[in-house]
Design a protein around this ligand. Structure first.
Ligand code: COA
Length: 436
């Protein structure tokens, strides 16, 4: 049995380098020139090949260690044909080739950063999770650099090169497939890369338990995070709905006969449709990639429904063309089906604008978040009776409805934000406006 030590050759680097990967395991039958370890300095990454062929009997370095030229990497039981006599061994040791660091031209800090594992914050539907390449990853320094720059975990990439080597086109293909899956909504939670923070071990502070987030919860959180990147402003206002409430209450019997619950929501939907037609700059989406403002000539409005399973946002189509009873009926039906988890995906698509009403629950005002690619959302809080003074300084009790309009400031300017809530206030305080 002939055991030979394989050393870190002269790398042209004076100091120690990080062992960022060990590409073999004890017991492996390795070939000459097969990569044993990958070293990384501030400037370059280099694969260190074996100078002999045979069976790996020990490994002296592990990932995370630091190594310099001359350090022992491994011991190999060389195969008979490869066995060298002492003279040859000495010769091999003294003539170990100088390995030129590969000029990777990495930015100073890029080499120092650990590779970002894409898997960290990603929830993948199990049936579609790419098969993990649990074996050792074989890839050249250029491919590793490319993967690191694109935050790709190489253990997830299918290798198409010889001896299961990962090629750059494999990484490119992987990136493309991930983008495709994210666009198709197949990767839920993929958008959390910016929002994730390192958590402390909460157990040190007291008892805890963890619950898996539902898909609805994850999707809502992801949408919220994406929407928060929009520069948005909230305009607050109040609408006098004293007359509206009197009118609504008078309709109670008719509503019962129709089997419809008439709440302020139907009037809000109708008033918003009116405002969207009067101020069409709120009925757009921004196509920044093509530098287009997409004007919508239909008025579909979504409304948020709170359910035990999370937030659902069904859409009422062509609100501008429908009467109050029809809107109220649809609203009731969609909210009930949202709570029974019976909404169809199509019933939650195509909105131009959203209303989020917390009026039945409470609160004086809040700042809703724009539901992108829409450019505005109306938050509604609890109506309260307040003293409202007229020009003569006399006051009257009025039922005031708090409105919070958040808009995408890239699409809508502040003056139009104030115009929108003023117009809503006018319409809601005197429904006859709708007839004009
Ligand atoms: N001020 C005072 N009372 C109000 C009100 C307001 N702004 N809005 C509704 N109410 C009253 C209604 O008139 C009704 O009272 P009534 O039976 O005496 O007529 C009562 O509150 C309950 O109304 P509700 O059944 O909730 O109907 P709705 O049409 O107002 O709301 C939903 C329907 C689906 C919007 C509502 O149930 C819901 O889920 N809201 C939560 C939305 C949410 O979570 N938004 C946050 C998103 S981040």
């Amino acid at each position: 049995m002939n055991i030979e030590e394989v050393l870190v050759p002269d790398t042209g680097n004076d100091g120690e380098m990080d062992v960022i990967e060990v590409a073999v395991s004890i017991g492996d039958v390795i070939e000459k020139e097969q990569t044993l370890i990958v070293l990384e300095s501030d400037k370059a990454t280099m694969e260190i090949p074996s100078s002999v062929a045979g069976k790996l009997v020990s490994l002296k370095l592990k990932s995370g260690d630091r190594a310099k030229s001359g350090d022992v990497i491994a011991e190999v039981e060389v195969t008979a044909s490869e066995a060298t006599n002492e003279v040859q061994q000495e010769k091999a040791k003294t003539e170990t080739p100088v390995i030129e660091p590969i000029k990777t031209a990495q930015p100073e800090n890029a080499a120092k950063q650990p590779p970002v594992l894409e898997q960290k914050n990603e929830t993948i539907e199990h049936s579609q999770a790419p098969e993990l390449n649990t074996a050792v990853v074989h890839a050249g320094p250029a491919v590793r650099k490319f993967a690191r720059e694109h935050a790709v975990d190489l253990s997830r990439v299918r290798a198409s090169g010889p001896r299961a080597r990962i090629l750059q086109e494999d990484v490119t293909q992987y990136i493309k497939s991930q983008i495709q899956r994210a666009q198709n909504g197949q990767i839920i939670g993929a958008g959390f890369s910016h929002g994730a923070v390192a958590l402390p071990d909460f157990k040190q502070f007291g008892e805890i338990s963890a619950q898996t987030m539902t898909k609805v919860h994850l999707k809502t959180a992801e949408n919220m995070q994406r929407s928060c990147q929009i520069p948005q402003v909230t305009q607050f206002d109040e609408a006098d709905i004293t007359a509206l409430e009197e009118f609504r209450k008078k309709q109670k019997n008719v509503a019962e006969q129709k089997g419809i619950k008439l709440t302020p929501m139907a009037f809000l939907l109708k008033a918003c449709a009116y405002a969207l037609k009067a101020l069409p700059q709120f009925n757009v989406s921004l196509d920044l990639a093509n530098q287009h403002i997409i004007q919508k000539h239909y008025v579909h409005i979504a409304f948020a429904v709170d359910t035990p399973y999370g937030l659902f946002v069904p859409v009422i189509r062509d609100v501008d063309k429908k009467g109050i009873w029809e809107i109220a009926g649809e609203c009731q039906d969609l909210a009930a089906r949202a709570r029974d988890k019976k909404l169809l995906p199509a019933e939650m698509q195509g909105a131009c604008f959203t209303i989020s009403s917390l009026g039945a629950i409470g609160g004086t005002s809040f700042t809703p978040i724009v539901n992108s690619p829409e450019v505005a959302i109306l938050g509604v809080s609890k109506a309260q009776i307040k003293p409202v003074y007229n020009a003569q300084g006399e006051w009257q009790p009025k039922l005031m409805l708090p409105l919070s309009l958040t808009y995408d400031h890239r699409a809508v300017n502040g003056a139009d934000g104030a115009r929108f809530t003023s117009l809503l206030g006018n319409v809601l305080s005197d429904l006859r406006e709708l007839l004009l």
